[in-house]
Design a protein around this ligand. Structure first.
Ligand code: TXE
Length: 483
């Protein structure tokens, strides 16, 4: 049921949708969808909470205390969050416990620290008609922020949007993914317990075309922070263009992982394996294009295939499972179609490629070798456990292949040469480059891409900038200038 205006309320909506367990294919729960009337009520209430309500009067120090309290409550509920995340998404239990939840908690704590430190600047300006001037800037909350999250890591990606926005005093309306909404509902109850006043935070469950579209079309929304597909990102940008409302768009990638001949091959194979198989490959920064220097190609590929063979596909709640199910039948169809295309276009299937018999949306960890960068499996985001391995002959060729993509989100370099590492890092077109490790996550580091990967940055100081407007104030003083 939707949560807005400080309470759980299904409003006038009678529409519902089912949430499916990707492992058993059974219905987990049926939820009431927020319709246009509930979206409108949530936006109006959020606006008045900012303009004349308690939230708008809450100062930075108090917001910081609430965010820290929220982080503590999430920490206490880690087991429940992790269980819901595995149930909803099909990811193995160690992942939310080791990655998603620690990230969520850190993100709320990190932005709690910013809440009373968002300062403006004092800028020296010349005199005006012989009178001295005093100019400074202040950063004000952008207003009502619609946060639309995807199903692959909804709790963590949600925290990336919610924490900075609440820290600076925006009102946030979260539209969680219809395939995995459960942890967002749990979060709403903890936000309330942490003491945030009514209207500071709302959750509107529902499908994209209904709830999502109504939210992004609503003129009372000042900013849309979206993570999802480029197709939906485009719709968000079009909706936001009316009124030139702010957007942050994080739209996935086709990120290269470049393995040079001087890399520690075992470390690289392990890291590259994590980069493509973590979270079933349903990761925006998945290192799905694996570029390998020709002299070490055979040896590296053998190690990486060994890594794939060690992956234990299965029920996320079974001990030892290292890869779970994909999110839904549609995603299995999509991934299987790309595997067929890889075979048709002439890449060599090295391992995997099948959907195991029985219930559940499983696909084996899959690697294609001897691929070229023009193949569909090297160009389009698959969003599943499918890696495309491409050999290269020179450093410049590796950079050229890496940059020959419609996407520019992340890149990973594996080399023991520090000069090469930083030199190539500068040449690769990506929002984030990791050297000898895969996409280290940290709320202090700005996150986002360009080209088809999106617009703007989340996290770090960039997350504060993305949720504030900088206002310039100039005072002309009636005070004589010194002779
Ligand atoms: O994404 P959508 P889908 C990619 C990935 C995946 C593909 C399709 O390749 O296979 O997208 O996934 C909401 N107005 N990524 O269909 O549709 C929707 O309800 C407003 C990469 O799930 O983009 C959900 O909450 N909102 C990506 C969110 O948008 C709308 C992560 C994302 O859904 C809407 C997810 C509309 N008209 C998918 N339509 C990444 N960057 O990591 C949908 N939504």
């Amino acid at each position: 049921m939707p949560y807005f205006a400080g309470r759980w309320d299904s409003g006038r909506s009678t529409d519902t949708f089912d949430v499916i367990d990707p492992v058993t294919e059974r219905r987990l729960v049926t939820l009431t969808e927020a319709g246009p009337a509930e979206v409108d009520a949530a936006v109006s209430f959020a606006r008045s909470a900012l303009d004349d309500g308690e939230w708008g009067r809450t100062d930075g120090a108090a917001r910081g205390r609430m965010l820290n309290r929220l982080a503590d409550l999430i920490e206490e509920a880690t087991e429940l969050f992790a269980t819901l995340e595995s149930l909803d998404i099909g990811k193995p239990g160690f992942e939310p416990r080791a990655i998603d939840l620690p990230q969520v908690i850190q993100t709320f704590r990190y932005f709690a620290g910013w809440a009373d430190k968002v300062e403006g600047r004092s800028i020296p300006t010349p005199s005006y008609m012989g009178r001295p001037t005093h100019s400074y800037t202040v950063r004000e909350p952008v207003g009502v922020v619609a946060a639309i999250t995807p199903w692959n890591s909804p709790t963590m990606i949600g925290a990336w949007k919610i924490a900075p926005a609440l820290a600076v005093g925006c009102a946030v309306i979260l539209k969680p993914p219809e395939d995995a909404p459960l942890t967002s509902l749990l979060l709403a109850s903890l936000v309330e317990e942490a003491g945030f006043p009514a209207g500071a935070f709302s959750v509107l469950p529902g499908r994209g075309r209904g709830t999502g579209q109504a939210l992004i079309d609503h003129p009372g929304v000042d900013k849309i922070s979206f993570t999802g597909s480029p197709e939906t990102g485009y719709k968000v940008a079009v909706a936001a263009a009316k009124g030139f409302r702010r957007t942050t768009l994080e739209l996935g990638g086709k990120s290269p992982q470049i393995v040079y001949a001087d890399a520690d091959l075992e470390q690289a194979a392990q890291g590259v394996g994590i980069g493509i198989f973590a979270n079933q490959g349903e990761v925006c920064a998945a290192g799905s294009r694996i570029l390998v220097a020709r002299p070490v190609y055979e040896e590296f590929v053998e190690r990486l295939v060994g890594h794939a063979l060690n992956v234990k596909l299965g029920d996320p709640f079974d001990e030892g499972t290292t890869m779970g199910a994909l999110i839904n039948e549609g995603q299995v169809t999509r991934v299987s179609r790309y595997i067929d295309l890889g075979l048709k276009e002439g890449a060599s299937l090295l391992v995997g490629g099948r959907r195991p018999e029985g219930k559940g949306y499983f696909v084996e960890p899959t690697l294609f070798g001897d691929a070229s960068n023009s193949m569909t499996i090297a160009r389009q985001e698959i969003f599943g456990p499918v890696g495309t391995i491409i050999p290269f002959d020179s450093e410049q060729q590796a950079v050229a292949i890496a940059n020959d993509s419609d996407y520019a989100l992340a890149a990973t370099l594996w080399t023991s040469d520090v000069n090469r590492a930083h030199g190539v890092a500068r040449q690769v077109k990506a929002g984030a480059v990791a050297i000898n490790g895969w996409a280290p996550l940290n709320p202090r580091l700005p996150w986002g891409g360009f080209k088809l990967s999106g617009l703007g940055r989340e996290l770090g100081w960039s997350g504060i900038e993305a949720n504030t407007e900088e206002k310039t104030v100039t005072a002309v003083l009636s005070y004589p200038l010194p002779e």
